[in-house]
Design a binder for this molecule. Structure first.
Ligand SMILES: Cc1cc2nc3c(=O)[nH]c(=O)nc-3n(C[C@H](O)[C@H](O)[C@H](O)COP(=O)(O)O)c2cc1C
Length: 184
């Protein structure tokens, strides 16, 4: 980290982690915890793979199956949180986002780029979360119609850096990510 007192350099560092997470399967930012609120108002957290990160448009991308609970949750409340802990940087990243669920023709470019063997992640039968009579009583078919891209437009960031003296900062999209230090 170049200047520990510079908000912008902290924001730059966060984006470096996010962009690396998309490209590098060994990066901790590759596997954020993605949190939604269910239609019965319960928090739901699960691991996902970070598939896209664009600083210029301020968004992150997650791929999923439309039959999962997270999609029902996002149809009910189209906001989500991400949580990422980067051990080597001693950095906690918490993000909130408004989420659009894209399917069909809008996600053709992403579907076309998924290796055929990986497409089976989208289209499990019976649907994900359904009770089954024994452990492997399901099929993974790879169904294009079940594939969704969650386009997550970032709203807020809350960052905690553990150091000799801890640092915490908040950034919001509304002031163009100017940022402010917070008491940790
Ligand atoms: C390492 C790892 C990566 C995962 N990546 C994804 C993902 O990118 N998209 C996804 O929908 N589920 C992913 N899952 C599965 C989810 O964690 C979860 O079990 C599944 O999506 C059902 O979640 P839901 O019922 O809360 O929607 C991943 C699980 C693990 C362990």
């Amino acid at each position: 980290m170049s200047d520990p007192n510079d908000l912008k350099s902290l924001l730059d560092e966060v984006w470096r982690h996010l962009i690396r997470g998309v490209a590098d399967s060994r990066s901790p930012a590759r596997y954020p915890t993605f949190i939604t609120v269910s239609p019965d108002n319960k928090p739901e957290a699960r691991t996902v793979v970070l598939r896209g990160a664009s600083r210029s448009s301020g968004d992150l991308e997650v791929h999923t199956d439309i039959a999962t609970s997270k999609v029902a949750a996002l149809q009910y409340a189209p906001t989500a949180a991400f949580h990422i802990w980067i051990p080597r940087a001693d950095l906690q990243i918490r993000l909130t986002a408004s989420v659009k669920i894209l399917t069909g023709i809008d996600v053709e470019p992403q579907w076309d780029r998924i290796p055929v063997g990986s497409r089976v992640s989208y289209g499990t039968l019976p649907e994900p979360g359904t009770p089954i009579p024994d452990v492997y009583a399901y099929e993974k078919l790879g169904d294009r119609a079940r594939f969704a891209v969650l386009k997550c437009s970032l709203l807020e960031m809350d960052l905690v850096h553990l150091g000799t003296r801890h640092r915490r900062a908040a950034f919001v999209c509304y002031d163009d990510w100017a940022g402010t230090w917070l008491a940790p």
